[in-house]
Design a protein around this ligand. Structure first.
Ligand code: GDP
Length: 462
């Protein structure tokens, strides 16, 4: 074992002992996902189920078991003097408790919330141990920012060459037509004029927006171009990728801003937050990407694998930031859209696209794990008939018209699908209505695998 790993092990043990002594734990769990992945719903369900567990319901059995007892006395820690926005549990829980229930409004950018709970523990003979007090700090940030991590490994020239090459392909080329015409029309030694820089930035950012909103693409950098965060837009952002060979004032200006942008992301997000997360979950709407078609799926897979290789590879992040999350879970969301067997395939698929055929055995950074979850289960498994054959399906209430429907979603491949899959037609994904949260919040929200995911993420710290 190398000396650093050994030292970290000693420090971890000392920290554990110190925590056990005072009987209070603080766990920082970061939750992120590329837009519409289901972050808001995930956090809302987590809060609803923890609050219900505190009232005696066994809503998160695997988490309670991992904690070696019962979760009780759960409360949302009142707002203090935080400088960042707060996740609004009342509004989100209120939407689910409405009649008819609504999905919570999605959150913007960055928010945090802390939940405190006691865990009642028993010895193996049933004797009572002192309660353990745990504060779970939930930090919700846009997954788009994660896509800045791979940029930290690249200089401006390499990033530019890679990004412009990608932009010239497939649906991106249409979305970026105006931007590409602009950069291709620039002389190689274009001067450092801010009017040019701002025009290029605006066209590039608009192209990214069309890629995201019209084509469902996800591998879109830099993250703050799409999610500027609480500080909004600033001159720092006025850069864009230039084609290979560009040199001169404008190229220098873009390169300086690229470096300054990464430095700023580091100073305002990576150092103060990211490096302090104990655990991280990355949510991905893999089913939505299957539904959106081949281009969206391939792009989501590329984005995820770029992030996975940074997070799990060779402690690079830890060397860069001094510390990084030690466990990272990748979770495909909305798994209630597919029946039981397909959910196993979904977990295999998320693993395949995150880590590719090489798997995750050789990773030497954070411990990683892949899951398929439904933060809020809206369906029951059912059987449908397709061309006279019985096929596994799901049954739920459609959001659109409140009608009950049995849906055969299509097959979920265990690895990135062959062309025949796309030719066979689209994977179906209607929006379901969520079940209603009882206004007293005593029974929590039905879910699939939320507790196992949490047990893997934080169970060892409880
Ligand atoms: P965010 O942009 O990542 O915060 O995404 P949201 O959490 O707002 O989720 C977007 C939409 O996805 C919701 O409005 C729901 O329609 C759907 N959704 C999210 N989670 C689930 C789930 O567990 N099951 C189902 N059936 N739909 C979900």
């Amino acid at each position: 074992m190398d000396p650093l790993t050994l030292l970290r092990g000693v420090l971890d043990t000392a920290e554990d002992a110190a925590r056990a002594l005072v009987g209070r734990e603080r766990i920082r769990l970061a939750v992120t996902g590329l837009s519409r992945a289901g972050k808001t719903v995930f956090l809302t369900s987590l809060i609803a189920n923890l609050l219900a567990a505190g009232k005696g319901a066994r809503t998160l059995p695997a988490l309670s078991d991992a904690a070696g007892g019962r979760i009780r006395r759960v409360f949302v820690v009142p707002a203090g003097t935080e400088t960042v926005p707060r996740f609004d549990p009342d509004a989100h829980l209120g939407a689910l408790a409405a009649d008819p229930p609504r999905w919570p409004e999605r959150t913007e950018d960055f928010s945090t919330l802390s939940i405190a709970f006691d865990v009642e523990r028993r010895t193996s003979l049933g004797g009572l141990l002192p309660d353990r007090q745990v504060t779970l700090d939930l930090i919700d940030y846009p997954g788009e920012w994660l896509l800045d991590l791979p940029m930290l490994r690249q200089g401006y020239a390499a990033w530019s060459a890679e990004t412009t090459a990608r932009l010239r392909h497939g649906v991106r080329a249409d979305a970026a037509a105006d931007f590409l015409a602009f950069v291709d029309g620039l002389p190689a030694d274009a001067p450092a004029e801010d009017a040019l820089a701002k025009r290029g930035y605006t066209l590039y950012r608009d192209a990214l927006r069309v890629c995201r909103d019209t084509h469902g693409l996800r591998f879109l950098q830099p993250g703050r171009f799409l999610n500027p965060g609480p500080r909004g837009e600033a001159p720092l952002l006025w850069f864009f990728p230039l084609p290979e060979g560009a040199k001169g004032g404008l190229a220098d200006l873009c390169a300086r801003r690229y470096a300054a942008y990464l430095e700023d992301q580091r100073a305002t997000f990576l150092d103060p937050y990211f490096s302090r997360f104990h655990r991280q979950v990355v949510l991905v709407d893999v089913l939505g990407a299957l539904h959106a078609g081949e281009a969206a799926f391939t792009d989501t897979a590329d984005a995820l694998s770029a992030v996975a290789s940074i997070i799990s590879g060779a402690n690079w992040l830890e060397r860069l930031l001094g510390a990084a999350p030690t466990r990272v879970a990748f979770a495909a969301t909305k798994a209630d859209h597919v029946p039981a067997r397909a959910r196993d395939a979904l977990a295999a698929l998320v693993e395949h696209i995150s880590f590719g055929a090489r798997g995750r055995a050789e990773q030497s950074g954070a411990a990683v794990s892949c899951h398929a979850v439904a933060a809020i289960r809206c369906t029951e498994d059912a059987v449908a008939r397709l061309e006279g054959q019985a096929v596994a399906a799901v049954r739920g209430v459609l959001l659109q018209d409140g009608r009950g429907a049995t849906i055969y979603p299509g097959e979920v491949p265990m690895k990135p699908p062959e062309p025949a899959f796309w030719e066979a037609g689209l994977f179906s994904m209607p929006e379901f209505r969520p079940p209603r949260l009882d206004p007293a919040g005593a029974s929590g929200m039905p879910h699939l695998g939320l507790d196992e995911l949490l047990a893997w993420l934080v169970g060892d710290l409880l």
